[in-house]
Design a binder for this molecule. Structure first.
Ligand code: ZN
Length: 311
């Protein structure tokens, strides 16, 4: 299993107002802010990482909040819905909580025999809370408002919307070793047996869907997980061997990454487990300090002045 893709590592999306984003994910959804840093290419913008207590791969949703971003919309060639797994029977709790907090939810629905509650974050990002068929035993982060019997366990799945699923399915099966599990209408579920959770990619074929806009409230990229840099570089060769452009290895401080655009149009990343979020903060303080990469440390005072204060 060591040299395989181990499901999802993280998902990165675009948000508007930083405070509103922070409030929604830490309070309403009850996630832990596991890292508060800046966009390495634009240090006057935050980069937030939300996850479980340890910030485990497969639980991490990250945002670049840009105050004046224009609202985006979903379309083919994009990751269009994030699935979080929640405990069996917890959807009533979540429905009540979202009503209290004025979060619009869609009607509960079923896909591949699993019930889910669809809703959107304050920027319009599509999220599904799914009660998975098989229990998810990952340890959650709990808060005053969201106890361990309701808290999300981490990612259940990511949905990619595509004009034609075939080229993307080939990358998933031939390079990432996923298998087609089943089909439900125009939805095709792919899964890897290399890991128990965060193991699902759903492909939704929508040939007539108009193009979307990758801006506020949409996903920017989907990162798949590997154990270490050695495995990362093996996958670099496999992707390059298919004639796809792929970046060199990039140091993201908390993991090492490669990026490539899969043939269906979605930006994929492959990211390592090492070194992890505890590299520059104690596990019990994750997310409490503004962490800057070495190249911006000398600008800390100026950076802190322009970043919005969080509640
Ligand atoms: Zn990423």
């Amino acid at each position: 299993m060591e040299d395989r893709i181990l499901g999802l590592h993280h998902i990165t999306a675009i948000a508007g107002d930083a405070r509103r984003n922070h409030q929604f994910y830490t309070d309403t959804m009850g996630l832990r802010l596991v890292k508060k840093t800046v966009n390495f290419d634009d240090p006057e913008t935050y980069h937030f990482y939300y996850g479980n207590e340890a910030g485990s791969p497969g639980t991490i949703l990250t945002f670049f909040p840009w105050a004046h971003v224009r609202p985006g919309s979903i379309g083919p060639g994009m990751a269009t819905a994030i699935g979080y797994s929640v405990p069996a029977g917890s959807l009533d709790f979540w429905q009540r909580r979202f009503e209290e907090k004025k979060v619009a939810t869609g009607p509960r629905a079923e896909l591949f025999g699993e019930t889910y509650l669809p809703f959107r974050d304050p920027d319009g990002l599509h999220i599904h809370f799914v009660e998975p068929k098989t229990a998810d035993n990952r340890t959650p982060w709990s808060t005053k408002g969201v106890g361990k019997d309701e808290a999300t366990r981490g990612f259940h799945s990511i949905t990619l919307t595509l004009k034609d699923i075939k080229p993307t399915a080939e990358i998933l099966t031939e390079v990432f070793e996923y298998k087609l599990l089943s089909q439900d209408g125009n939805h095709y579920r792919f899964i890897t047996d290399a890991i128990d959770n965060s193991a699902i990619v759903d492909l939704f074929e929508a040939p007539g869907m108009p193009p979307g806009l990758n801006a506020g409230g949409t996903n920017h990229h989907v990162a798949f997980r590997v154990k270490n840099e050695e495995v990362l570089m093996k996958f670099r060769q496999k992707v390059a061997a298919r004639g796809l452009q792929i970046t060199p290895k990039i140091d993201r401080n908390y993991f090492f990454s490669l990026y490539f655009r899969e043939p269906g149009g979605v930006l994929f990343e492959i990211a390592t487990d090492n070194p992890g979020f505890a590299i520059d903060e104690n596990a019990n303080e994750l997310g409490t300090n503004l962490k800057l990469p070495a190249q911006y440390e000398s600008m800390r005072t100026e950076i802190e002045k322009v970043l919005p204060t969080l509640g």
